[in-house]
Design a protein around this ligand. Structure first.
Ligand SMILES: NC(=O)c1ccc[n+]([C@@H]2O[C@H](COP(=O)([O-])OP(=O)(O)OC[C@H]3O[C@@H](n4cnc5c(N)ncnc54)[C@H](O)[C@@H]3O)[C@@H](O)[C@H]2O)c1
Length: 321
């Protein structure tokens, strides 16, 4: 399989949301391979600390207000969006806009600059609540999503974003590539201190380290499949940079499906905690199963996640300590 390493040197990348979790790791990998990065971020959920060690030019601005940018651009990665359920439910307008209005602005810039590739960070949430026969979930599954509920600003925002990308690809030949990202974790993924919501891995780690109850929603039998950030970055860059993939939609994640109870126990053991597991109500529209079908990622990208959950958790907990 072709490698992307040689395609980065001397090329200029715009990364929206580059001071967030995934955007900062993408920026770091691109710089390490000789690319130049401009980060456009309004710091609504990200932190300058995530990216200030980079050479990247930093522009503090909202993607929804940015219509033009100076200079040459070879590639755009649109990763700007509030991404954690507790936060996007507090900021639903900002969330839907980053994935529609803000995405539209970035697609227009891609058109002006005639970029070689445009990556949209879509999500497994476009699948909503798939029945068991569609788990692991392939890209051909159309989704079972509530368009009128507390998660719809994110889930339907991303679905509409996918439609924008498709439209630009059809109408203008914009070289869009869509990643449906499944739960990704690693250093720099933050949980709000004291909150019982937010990203599940840092939340469980904080609770286990404080020997507090680990709060599991529902009966804990719902599943997620966790991808370590190094693997995710590798998959995203393969999708953006390998030849012949314009217009493609590809799942990127890890297909090692775990119940939330298993995750709670694994984290409790990893930090030698005396926490108990406490059960709370399942939030509305919380998906029951999440596991990507990775056959397309393997075939088109040669992508295979390599980092096991225990290994990735060790790195993540080490960073959080
Ligand atoms: N991490 C995951 O598991 C996951 C899963 C599926 C999809 N995604 C998608 O990947 C992308 C990155 O997610 P993340 O986990 O790094 O989240 P994050 O919150 O760490 O990063 C998002 C960044 O976007 C910035 N941002 C938000 N709205 C903006 C706006 N209007 N203008 C400019 N900047 C803005 C934030 O300040 C932040 O730095 C998001 O689009 C998210 O929906 C992530």
């Amino acid at each position: 399989m072709e490698s992307y390493d040689g395609k980065i040197k001397g090329k200029s990348f715009l990364i929206t949301g580059g001071s967030g979790f995934l955007g900062s790791w993408l920026s770091e990998r691109i710089e390490a391979l000789g690319g130049t990065v401009t980060i456009l971020d309004n710091l609504s959920s990200g932190s300058r600390d995530n990216s200030k060690h980079l050479k990247a030019k930093f522009i503090q601005a909202d993607v929804c207000e940015t219509k033009t940018l100076p200079g040459k651009l070879d590639y755009i990665i649109h990763a700007a969006s509030i991404a954690s359920p507790d936060y996007y439910q507090k900021k639903p307008i900002e969330t839907i806009w980053a994935n529609t209005k803000g995405l539209h602005n970035m697609l227009e810039i891609a058109k002006q600059k005639k970029v070689k590739g445009f990556l949209f960070t879509s999500t497994s949430e476009v699948y909503g609540n798939p029945p068991d026969k569609f788990v692991p979930t392939p890209e051909t599954y159309y989704g079972n999503v509530n368009s009128y509920g507390p998660r719809s600003c994110y889930d339907e925002g991303k679905r509409c974003g996918e439609a924008y990308c498709y439209t630009f690809f059809q109408a203008f030949g914009t070289p869009v590539r869509l990643a449906r990202i499944f739960n990704t974790y690693g250093p720099r993924l933050r949980a709000k201190e004291g909150s019982s919501y937010g990203r599940v891995i840092p939340r469980f780690v904080n609770q286990a380290r404080a020997n507090e109850d680990i709060t599991v929603f529902g009966n804990g039998k719902q599943t997620r499949s966790f991808c370590y950030v190094d693997d995710q970055v590798d998959g995203l860059l393969r999708l953006l940079l390998l030849d012949g993939l314009d217009g493609q939609v590809v799942n990127i994640g890890n297909d090692d499906e775990k119940t939330i109870i298993e995750l709670a126990k694994t984290i409790k053991n990893a930090v030698s905690s005396s926490s108990e597991v406490a059960f709370g109500p399942l939030p509305k529209d919380d998906p029951i199963r999440r596991c990507p079908d990775l056959r397309k990622a393997k075939k088109l990208l040669g992508f295979k996640p390599r980092i096991k959950l225990k290994e990735g958790l060790k790195e993540t907990i080490g960073w959080m300590t």
